[in-house]
Design a protein around this ligand. Structure first.
Ligand code: FE2
Ligand code: FE2
Ligand code: FE2
Ligand code: FE2
Length: 399
């Protein structure tokens, strides 16, 4: 069944405001919820935060009072959507448990996007990044075992494996080497624009989350690990945002943002296992259809082109949370030693990389290495969840 969001009618904007009772959503049960339901919540929170911040930046650059008012009206609804979505997370979960879920999102969403991405250069960017968040999951899982005495399996539930990826210490690159070439807005496929926007938004929220929650811990190793991985998420935002064509007009960017919100809510409505949460995805889809209509009208007026020429005529295949274990094992076996040089990828550590590493490490082990040593000393071994057999690389197996 085809679904063209530009042809569908949503809820009129003046009927989208929710009162306190409607905003007061009941959170998911941390013990019984499908881990991928939690992943969808975390993803949509990142998407709504990007919708809000994009709209603020647009408004700051827009001299037209009427457009600024229109942006404010739509943005207020995005802000309510963000509250409704993020407040589905239960207060019972610890910050570290939510962190493990954030990295599970980064792993399974990015791996899925890498599998589906048609453009080889963009695909490589996702394959490169996913091996790093995969390793973050392993580092945080060891912190979790060490300070909360629990196993990450409680959060990721055997859907995602936990073991070393590209070692976190190797993620600290010279910032200039984090900037990629961008796609061409006129020739790239519509799906590629949606993928880039989705992963950029998810990584941006991860970066924001770590920079805010990191100092909430008392244990020095926890505080330090959040600093280290928080800096890598800054690199990831640079990496992914640079894929988007900076030549897109503000109107075009707004159109792409609203279209992507429609795509993701529709995807999650189609794939959600919890009927109560599914109803929220459906409601938000119906709100987004109206946002898209408004953005498309303003696009026609101010940009002059036809929005139908820019976006997909029908929604692509739904974004799906599912295990990507074999795909990730294959990437580990072939791309673990990659780093970047300029806008490309190389397998050897180059001079600029080395210099950056030496300055940042200051002759010491980084927190991401110390956490493994400390947990081995305390728990007897490092924490792993290898459901498909031993680690694909002999050198990273436990002996
Ligand atoms: Fe939204
Ligand atoms: Fe990460
Ligand atoms: Fe990341
Ligand atoms: Fe929206």
């Amino acid at each position: 069944m085809t679904f063209n969001p530009l042809q569908e009618r949503g809820i009129p904007l003046d009927r989208q405001l929710r009162n306190w009772r409607e905003l007061n959503v009941t959170p998911i049960d941390p013990d019984r919820a499908d881990p991928y339901t939690r992943c969808r919540i975390i993803t949509m929170n990142g998407i709504e935060i990007e919708a809000i911040m994009f709209s603020h930046h647009f408004a700051r650059r827009c001299p037209d009072l009427e457009v600024r008012q229109r942006l404010a009206e739509v943005r207020y609804i995005e802000a309510q959507q963000q509250k409704a979505v993020n407040w589905l997370l239960p207060g019972l979960a610890s910050v570290l448990e939510t962190t493990l879920a954030y990295e599970q999102v980064a792993v399974d969403l990015t791996a899925w996007v890498a599998r589906m991405e048609p453009d080889p250069y963009l695909k490589q960017a996702y394959q490169f990044g996913v091996l790093e968040d995969f390793d973050h999951l392993y580092r945080y899982a060891n912190l979790y075992e060490m300070i909360e005495h629990r196993k990450a399996e409680k959060i990721v539930d055997r859907l995602t494996e936990v073991m070393p990826g590209r070692p976190t210490t190797m993620h600290h690159r010279h910032p200039a080497d984090n900037v990629r070439e961008h796609y061409n807005r006129e020739t790239t496929q519509a799906i590629s624009k949606l993928h880039a926007l989705t992963i950029m938004s998810a990584e941006q929220q991860t970066m924001n989350f770590y920079m805010n929650v990191g100092p909430m811990y008392m244990e020095p190793i926890a505080r330090q690990l959040y600093q280290e991985i928080g800096l890598i998420e800054e690199e990831h935002v640079t990496h992914y945002e640079s894929l988007l064509d900076p030549g897109e007009s503000w109107w075009e960017q707004w159109l792409n943002h609203e279209y992507n919100e429609c795509y993701l809510y529709h995807s999650f409505m189609e794939t959600e296992s919890d009927p109560r949460i599914r109803a929220i995805w459906e409601l938000h889809l119906n709100m987004e259809l109206e946002h898209l209509r408004i953005a498309a009208d303003l696009f026609r007026q101010h940009d002059g082109r036809d929005p139908e020429q820019l976006v997909a005529r029908e929604l692509p295949k739904p974004v799906t949370f599912e295990p990507n274990k074999e795909y990730l094992r294959e990437l580990i076996a072939t791309q673990i030693d990659y780093t970047t040089l300029g806008t490309g990828y190389v397998q050897e550590a180059h001079e600029r990389f080395q210099r950056w590493q030496e300055q940042l490490m200051g002759g010491e082990e980084p927190p991401s290495e110390r956490i493994i040593d400390e947990n081995r000393a305390k728990s007897g071994d490092d924490y792993r969840l290898e459901t498909e057999g031993t680690h694909p690389l002999y050198s990273l197996r436990t002996h």
